[in-house]
Structure formats: structure tokens, C-alpha cells
Design a protein around this ligand. Structure first.
Ligand code: PHE
Length: 380
């Protein structure tokens, strides 16, 4: 009898053992591995740090509530140092070494564009929390996002400057090393001209630059009523500061790339009389938002920015899709993600459209008296 048991058990143990070896995955049976690639360090470190906190909050919340499909979520995080080539390496590691079932990231479009083809080729669903360049989800049917896209953001910025600020002459200073910046500048210009506005001059800088005086002096000479800076907070804060030193006292306007607490920390009083649009406001009285803000502050002692809220939403939406899929199979998750409808996110209700983008409201913030203030929410 004992002999028989051994004979029967041996192949089973062998098969199990081989299975574990051949998958190369260390994830125990009772866990689901989810990957995250984020800029935890580098030029846009607050993007990754905020996103990571939002995702962690979602993971803790879901695990405390029993997990997904009876399993705990195991989050595997890779730092891409704010570099596209590192983003590509990060997802490769997450897929081949860690065997993740889905990936959340990135915030910055250039990094998502570098990583998406790898996720697509491996049939691993990827959800960007905040990349707004339209090309990101065009990389394939496994690539999703939970935010709006830049043709919409550009149009809203154009309407805001033209209709709300009532300004008709705009100059643009964009980052030519940044896909998001190039795209947003283009979409803005198209919309602004359609409205009857004029782009009086356009200049360029490259990520990492710290001296913008030459470009600003040239822009000033064109006599603009407002300056659009479609870039990230790191450079935007310096640009506005240097502009004010050159006596450029007109409004400076930006997109979601300005959303960081570092913007005012670096720019100081120069940031007054500036505006930017983003994905949500912590001042929104909606109970979903206020509950999120309260929980986040309790854990991290700071208010959540848009990236934290979008990181949380991306993770929660993914968990919801895995539940509906009833499986961790890449294709099944992809199908469930594609049919997401009216998902109640902190950043608004999320419906994934046929292009795998989300149609969402946009929020305009004003900086005055050294503080970000909620100005308006615009529905798509
Ligand atoms: N939308 C930016 C991009 O595509 C990223 C971003 C989103 C940055 C939200 C800040 C806040 O690159």
C-alpha cells in the first residue's frame, strides 16, 4: 500500500516541480503577481512616487478585503529612473523574470511608448495610469489607459485660454525630447487656431535644460498675451521663474505635466497667475474623492496628486477586470479590460472606449497666493 502511494505520488510531485521550474515564476499558488514600472527616481521622480503610493493603497485595500479570485495580489515594482530605455528593461524583467499577469505603468508617455510594444508582444495587458499621448494605446490591443488623451487636453487648454482668459495671442515653449510635450503643443495649436487664436511664436528646449532665457527673450519679442508650456514640472517651474525675471508677467499655462507639489516648491511666487489642467482635484467634494484623500493622507501624510489618484484607479480597474475575467489569462484579462463600463474611479467614472482610452472630465487649476486652487471641471 505504501509502495503504491509512492508510485502514484512521485509523478505528481515531479510534474509540479517541473511546472514551477519551467514557468520560472516564484509566485506561490495563492498569489497573483502584478507588475508596476515607475519613475521612482530621476528627473520626474514625483510622478513615479505618487503613482506607486496610489497603486500600493489599492493593493492593500483589495488584499485586506480578501484579494482577487481568492488570491492575494503581489505587487512587483521596477524603478525606470525616468528613462524610456530603462522602462523597456523594466517590463522585460517583470514579464520574463517575475511572470507578472498584467502591468501598470507608466505615467510619462515616452516611457509608456518604449514599454508598450514589449507588453503587446508578450500578450501581457498594460494599463497606463497617466500617459496622454494618443500613440500609447495604438501600440496594440493589450495596451490600455485610465486617463484622457492629448487631443482633448489640447482642445480644453485652447478653449480655456481663448474663452475663459479671453486671450488671443499665445507663444509656446515645448520640450522636443518628450513625446507628450510635442503632441500636446501640436493639438493645442490646431484647436487654438480653429477658435481664431494666433500662435505668435514657438520655441524648444530639451529635458534637463536649466537655462531658458534665450528662448523666453525671443518669445517675449513676439508680444504674446499668454505662454503655453506643455512640459513637466521640473522645467516648467524654472521656465516660469526665469520668465518673471525677464518681466514676463502674463499668464503661463500648462497641462497635466505640471501636476506636482514640486512645481510651487521650485517656482515659488513666480507661479502666481499660472494655470494648468489635470485629471482630478483633491478639493472635489465628491465623497469618493474625499474618502480617497483622507485615507491617502493618513498613510502618506501628504495630499494625493493626480498621479496618485490615477495609480489607484488603474490598479482598482485592473482588479475589477481580473474578477470579471474569472482568470489571470492575459487574453481574458484584456477582454475584460476592453469592456470596462462606468467604473467608479476617484478621477471620475471610467469607460474604456474601442481605442482602449478613457473618456474623462478634465480639471483646470489656478495658482494664486502660492496655492493651487480648483477653477473648473470640464466634461468631455
Ligand atoms: N500626461 C503626461 C504624459 O503623458 C504624464 C502626466 C500625467 C504627468 C499626469 C503628470 C500628471 O507624459
Amino acid at each position: 500500500m505504501r509502495h503504491l502511494t509512492t508510485i502514484l505520488l512521485f509523478p505528481i510531485i515531479l510534474i509540479l516541480g517541473l511546472g514551477i521550474l519551467s514557468c520560472g515564476q516564484k509566485t506561490p499558488e495563492n498569489e497573483i503577481s502584478i507588475g508596476e514600472y515607475s519613475s521612482l527616481t530621476g528627473t520626474t521622480a514625483t510622478f513615479g512616487q505618487s503613482t506607486h503610493r496610489g497603486i500600493l493603497m489599492a493593493v492593500n485595500e483589495i488584499n485586506n478585503a480578501g484579494g482577487v479570485l481568492g488570491k492575494k495580489i503581489k505587487l512587483q515594482t521596477e524603478d525606470d529612473q525616468s528613462k524610456p530605455e530603462e522602462a523597456a528593461m523594466a517590463v522585460t524583467k517583470l514579464i520574463s523574470r517575475d511572470g507578472v499577469k498584467a502591468i501598470i505603468g507608466e505615467a510619462a508617455s515616452s516611457r509608456s511608448l518604449a514599454a508598450a510594444p514589449i507588453c503587446q508582444a508578450n500578450h501581457i495587458p498594460m494599463i497606463s495610469n497617466a500617459s496622454t499621448n494618443p500613440e500609447v494605446t495604438q501600440k496594440g490591443d493589450y495596451i490600455f489607459r485610465v486617463c484622457f488623451i492629448d487631443p482633448f487636453q489640447g482642445e480644453i487648454l485652447a478653449k480655456f485660454i481663448y474663452n475663459s482668459l479671453k486671450l488671443k495671442r499665445v507663444a509656446i515653449l515645448k520640450d522636443v525630447k518628450n513625446d507628450y510635450s510635442i503632441g500636446l503643443a501640436k493639438f493645442f495649436e490646431e484647436s487654438f487656431k480653429k477658435l481664431g487664436g494666433e500662435v505668435v511664436d514657438s520655441r524648444a528646449f530639451s529635458e534637463g535644460d536649466t537655462d531658458f532665457k534665450a528662448q523666453l527673450t525671443a518669445l517675449k519679442a513676439a508680444n504674446p498675451e499668454a505662454i503655453l508650456v506643455p512640459g513637466y514640472y521640473t522645467e516648467a517651474a524654472l521656465i516660469v521663474k526665469e520668465g518673471r525675471e525677464l518681466n514676463m508677467n502674463m499668464p503661463f499655462v500648462g497641462g497635466d505635466g505640471w501636476d506636482s507639489e514640486k512645481l510651487i516648491e521650485v517656482g515659488g511666487a513666480a507661479m502666481n497667475n499660472t494655470y494648468f489642467c489635470t485629471h482630478y482635484s483633491a478639493y472635489d467634494p465628491n465623497p469618493i474623492v474625499q474618502n480617497f484623500v483622507m485615507q491617502y493622507k493618513k498613510t502618506y501624510k501628504v495630499a494625493p496628486d493626480a498621479l496618485a489618484a490615477l495609480g489607484y484607479d488603474a490598479a482598482m480597474l485592473l482588479f475589477d477586470a481580473i474578477k470579471r475575467a474569472g482568470s489571470t489569462d492575459g487574453d481574458k484579462i484584456r477582454q475584460a479590460l476592453a469592456t470596462t463600463k462606468d467604473f467608479p474611479g476617484v478621477t471620475g467614472s471610467i469607460t474604456i472606449d474601442p481605442e482602449r482610452n478613457a473618456r474623462k472630465p478634465i480639471v483646470v487649476l489656478e495658482i494664486a497666493d502660492g496655492k493651487m486652487k480648483f477653477k473648473e471641471t470640464i466634461q468631455p
